[in-house]
Design a protein around this ligand. Structure first.
Ligand code: SF4
Length: 364
């Protein structure tokens, strides 16, 4: 079971999350998205600067982090102690939760916790932020004389509002602690109970490098995929996360590749039990689109322009046939201008299957 402060908003709502987070963490193929790796670099820079190391970064990053450093310098001048990248912990029943806030500034009576958010796509709120409030509990636990904790988000880009600070008083902390204890108990007793919602966004169970491993999300994505494959409108509740759409696209892509692969094998003469390569006549089309307007003009005894549509395309075969009928001309007079191309496609055999399995299992 993994109870990270950064995913507290998930495991507080979804009992299945801590177990799947642990499985996902054990998965070696998990990759860090580009935006997250950018964030990691900026956090490393912040941490190094706060430790007094001489580190360099680009001018834009320096500019964006300036207001944060200003807040820290001001608090330090007022006598606050700085704790950067320090791990704090607290026991919740038998479960220990550890967390490493980006910045903690303490005086004997007060503490300020600041979390840097480098992402720009979604605004991160400081108020009722589960990650920050969990840090708040850890800080209250580790600094017994502190009577009031303030929580701050510093999000300098995109949707962020820069520096936002809120209070997290003892009463709020007691209420939140009960919530955390209850969430841990539920996760322990019901590790297979999943609750999907907007908190699924970014969940480790959605992408451990092998695709989603969350049964609730898999079930919903398969339902959404099935509905889409049947050209039905997927139900709104099946689309609670963009990950569902990504997964659906992957499933569709898989079936397309499966079909293409079957086509190539059948075309090369490879047997696929239950399927055969069949030829059929494709849709009728003009034998020569460049000359057909002139040829139609001759048949109908009018000007060539009449048969040219938008984008220099000739009149369609259906339109020309209707016109023949209206003008009471010979119904076969278009035959010499039209071809029916031969196409190939795979078709299910009408005969006996060679095996019980229709055969796609061996297609790459
Ligand atoms: S994807 Fe959503 S439902 Fe599944 S484990 Fe994560 S938070 Fe829970």
């Amino acid at each position: 079971m993994i109870y990270r402060p950064s995913s507290a908003h998930r495991w507080i709502r979804c009992a299945g999350n801590p177990r799947l987070s642990a499985i996902s963490a054990a998965c070696k193929r998990r990759v860090t998205p580009v935006e997250a790796s950018e964030g990691i670099k900026k956090h490393a820079y912040l941490s190094a600067r706060l430790k007094g190391e001489s580190v360099k970064t680009d001018t834009e990053t320096e500019e964006l982090l300036k207001s944060l450093f200003d807040v820290i310098v001001e608090k330090r001048r007022a006598g606050a102690m700085l704790w950067s990248e320090v791990k704090f912990s607290k026991m919740f029943g038998d479960t220990e939760i550890c967390g490493t806030p980006d910045v903690v500034l303490t005086t004997p009576k007060e503490a300020l916790i600041i979390d840097l958010k480098w992402g720009e796509g979604r605004k991160v709120e400081a108020l009722h932020n589960d990650q920050l409030e969990l840090y708040g509990l850890l800080v209250y636990n580790n600094f017994p004389t502190v009577e009031n904790v303030k929580l701050a988000i510093y999000q300098p880009r995109g949707q962020g509002e820069g520096y936002v600070e809120v209070d997290f008083q003892k009463d709020d902390a007691d209420f939140f602690e009960d919530l955390v204890i209850e969430a841990i108990e539920t996760a322990t007793q019901h590790p297979n109970q999943y609750y999907t919602g907007p908190h699924c966004w970014g969940c480790a169970a959605l992408d451990c490098g092998l695709g989603p491993i969350c049964p609730a999300v898999l079930e919903m994505t398969l339902a959404a995929t099935y509905a889409t494959l049947k050209d039905e409108e997927p139900r709104a509740e099946n689309l609670s996360s963009f990950a569902l759409l990504d997964f659906e696209a992957r499933v569709r892509d898989y079936f397309k590749r499966l079909g293409d692969s079957a086509d190539s094998r059948l075309a090369a003469g490879d047997p696929i039990p239950g399927w055969q390569w069949a030829s059929y006549e494709g849709q009728s089309k003009w034998a020569n689109e460049d000359t057909v307007a002139d040829e139609l003009a001759e048949i109908f005894g009018t000007t060539q322009e009449f048969f040219v549509r938008t984008h220099e395309k000739p009149m369609t075969i259906t339109e020309a046939r209707k016109l023949l009928k209206t003008r009471k001309l010979d119904a076969n007079s278009l035959d010499k201008l039209i071809i029916k191309p031969l196409r190939h496609r795979r078709r299910r055999d009408t005969g006996e299957f060679e095996t019980e399995d229709p055969g796609f299992d061996s297609v790459e």
